[in-house]
Write a new protein. Structure first.
Length: 279
């Protein structure tokens, strides 16, 4: 088997450039091959055992299973996270949200409290904890499997994050106060499924992706209503949003009582993030 054999097989599912990138990623992550190794033909020098492992990986990829699930890892903000079908695969644009928060919040202020709602793999909470080591970071998810994976990632990356199994739609009615609340909640409407790739629809968790067509702001509204009570007087709320509903999201947050609402575009030039402060 050669490198060309691999990407040609993947080309039935992916465009040529992406097929080649996935092939190189597999050879790097699973078999430790550099780009030079790949182009010098070292794929043909794999042992029979490794060739069999590679064949099994390609067979899974040919069924449209995301490469991150096949390999069990995803890159995010320069770190490697464990992922599995129970959690959403971290997207590179979400790292821009982490960067925005880290730059907004002074790193030299001790005991700042941050809450990440809907943690999934823990990528947001763990990244913020590592970038802002003086902060106290807590993270919620409704899925016990997600909390297990996120805890594993925090331990591996030596991040100080506390994880709790909680429902974003039914937050606790307590007196806890947060300096920052951040969330990348489900925001894709059911009707948008027709335009989505098979590898997302068939493998990534529906509960982390979709909301009803008749209530696209379901999670944003619930989290905003909690945040307006739970943030400190100078606290900020950050969201990753569905660009289709950026105006509706901004207007909803204003009605709930937030001010200084700022939108930002992501690396793909889409309005993807919102920051708001208590008035």
């Amino acid at each position: 088997m050669t490198y060309d054999d691999i990407w040609h097989r993947l080309q039935t599912i992916y465009e040529t450039g992406e097929a080649k990138a996935i092939a190189r990623y597999v050879l790097d992550v699973r078999f430790g091959m550099s780009a030079t190794d790949v182009y010098c033909g070292k794929v043909t020098q794999l042992s029979a055992e490794d060739t069999n492992k590679l064949e099994k990986i390609i067979a899974r990829l040919e069924k449209s299973e995301p490469v991150q699930y096949v390999l069990g890892t995803a890159e995010f903000a320069g770190r490697t996270f464990h992922v599995a079908p129970g959690v959403l695969i971290p997207r590179p644009e979400t790292a821009e949200l982490c960067d925005w928060i880290a730059k907004c919040e002074p790193k030299d202020v001790s005991c700042r409290s941050i809450l990440d709602i809907g943690t999934g793999s823990g990528c947001i909470a763990i990244t913020l904890s590592l970038e802002m080591p003086s902060a106290n970071v807590c993270s919620w998810d409704i899925s016990p499997e997600a909390v297990r994976i996120a805890t594993e990632n925090a331990d591996k990356l030596k991040a100080k994050v506390s994880f709790e199994i909680r429902d974003a739609l039914n937050p606790p009615d307590d007196q806890k106060k947060w300096d920052v609340i951040v969330s990348n909640p489900p925001y894709i409407c059911e009707r948008e499924k027709a335009d989505m790739d098979r590898n997302v629809l068939e493998y990534e968790p529906d509960t982390a992706l979709f909301v009803p067509d008749d209530d696209p702001l379901l999670f944003y509204r619930a989290i905003s209503e909690y945040a307006i009570k739970a943030l400190t007087d100078t606290g900020s709320l950050f969201f990753e949003i569905n660009p289709i509903y950026h105006k509706e999201t901004k207007d909803m947050m204003g009605r709930i009582g937030f001010g200084n609402i700022e939108e930002r575009k992501d690396m793909f030039d889409k309005l993807r993030f919102i920051k708001a402060e208590k008035r």
